[in-house]
Design a protein around this ligand. Structure first.
Ligand code: PMV
Length: 387
């Protein structure tokens, strides 16, 4: 029986959370913790998740991806899905984006992709799929990927890892995240979990970093445009680690974003603090590019001061950050704040982790900018294809 296993990393934000909502850059890195998704034909013609019946409404990301890539109306068979991983859920570490990216990769690989035949001069092009350069596919609504009805001898079916595309997995993951979060989802998580490494997202094209693509999403009040850039982890980052400390306090992102919006509405002059976070993020990008980790750490600590000043830190976060500081290069909250996680940059991961745990946090240790999505195993790859 065929199967495909794909995995994707979680993420944490090094610089720029909250200010990114107002157009400044934010920097996210892929972490070593991953989610792995295995799919295989269902033994009993029922959709299964970890051996039990799959409740589509309780698993809206999976449901959305099945609608896009595995359409029942075209005869796609039921699957048995198995999920494993070590990214804690609902803690701002990108677990739902990692799940979505890995699921998209597994489904695409299990289906392969129809492409045009090349004649040696022409470039091969996709006959089905989703991507930032494709105008006639819409990953954010309910239609399935376009399929140009070429005649049999003009098309070619690619299978295996060649059929999987990081941009497609990122755009589909962003589409389902946006649908699940009532249209409010930035592509930061989906892009970082798919491409891996270091991802910079901004409202403008940032100079001096590699540009990946643009994402556009029509939200209730306005259409938002994000520019996504990527950066390789500095080559000498071998002895530098991230230690993530989880406060265990749940603080919904929407509530924290609303708190900042209210602060700015009451006192518009406080936009200065948001602009300062933007400047700090740009300095952080420069330090990362130069591989100057002492400066990266210092800049993280400065970023924390401003996050605290706009009111998104919390006593629990401050406590873990204080515990991490003596053994690390810098530390700050990561994500929306109010609870959730903090992150420390350190050359002494065990010491920093022990200090955070002693202060009551649960820790994860990661390298900086782990690899993105990968197909980790397969057998008789093509489980179904749209003909
Ligand atoms: O908590 P997370 O990882 O979803 O990050 C939220 C980041 C914010 O800047 C606070 C919100 C956003 O949409 O960018």
């Amino acid at each position: 029986m065929g199967f495909v296993t794909a995995s994707a990393p979680g993420k944490c934000i090094l610089f720029g959370e909250h200010a990114v909502v107002y157009g400044h850059p934010a920097v996210a890195v892929a972490i070593d913790q991953r989610i792995s998704v295995k799919i295989q034909p269902s033994p009993n013609h029922l959709w299964l998740l970890d051996g039990s019946s799959l409740n589509m409404n309780r698993n809206p990301h999976i449901k959305g991806l099945i609608q896009k890539l595995w359409p029942k109306q075209h005869g796609a068979p039921e699957l048995s899905i198995h999920i494993e991983g070590n990214i804690p859920r609902a803690s701002g570490l990108g677990s739902s984006a990692a799940l979505s990216v890995a699921t998209a990769a597994a489904l695409r690989m299990a289906r392969g992709r129809w492409v045009s035949k090349t004649d040696g001069t022409q470039q091969q092009y996709w006959l089905e799929g989703f991507g930032s350069t494709i105008a006639n596919s819409e990953p954010y609504d309910n239609s399935s990927g376009f399929f140009a009805a070429e005649s049999q001898d003009e098309r070619y079916h690619i299978t295996g890892k060649n059929s999987v595309d990081s941009d497609e997995c990122a755009i589909l993951a962003h589409g389902v995240e946006a649908a699940v979060q009532q249209g409010r989802a930035s592509p930061m998580d989906s892009s970082t979990c798919s491409h891996g490494g270091i991802i910079i997202i901004s409202d403008v094209i940032e100079q001096g970093i590699d540009y990946l693509y643009q994402r556009t999403l029509a939200m209730k009040d306005a259409t938002r445009i994000w520019h996504i850039h990527e950066m390789s982890p500095p080559s000498d980052s071998d002895d530098v680690y991230l230690v993530i400390g989880n406060t265990g306090v749940h603080a919904p992102t929407g509530k924290q974003v609303a708190k900042v919006a209210e602060m700015l509405q009451q006192d518009p002059s406080r936009m200065k603090e948001i602009d300062t976070i933007g400047q700090i993020a740009r300095r952080g990008i420069k330090a990362l590019k130069e591989g100057d980790f002492a400066a990266v750490g210092r800049t993280m600590t400065e970023n924390q001061l401003m996050l605290s000043s706009i009111g998104v830190s919390s006593p629990e976060l401050d406590n873990l950050i204080k515990a991490a500081s003596p053994s690390s290069l810098g530390a700050k909250l990561t994500g929306a704040g109010g609870g959730g996680c903090m992150v420390a940059l350190t050359r002494n991961p065990k010491e920093t982790s022990d200090a955070i745990e002693l202060a009551g946090g649960r820790t994860l240790i990661s390298r900086l900018g782990s690899s993105g999505l990968s197909v980790d195993g397969s057998q008789n790859t093509t489980i179904w294809t749209k003909t």
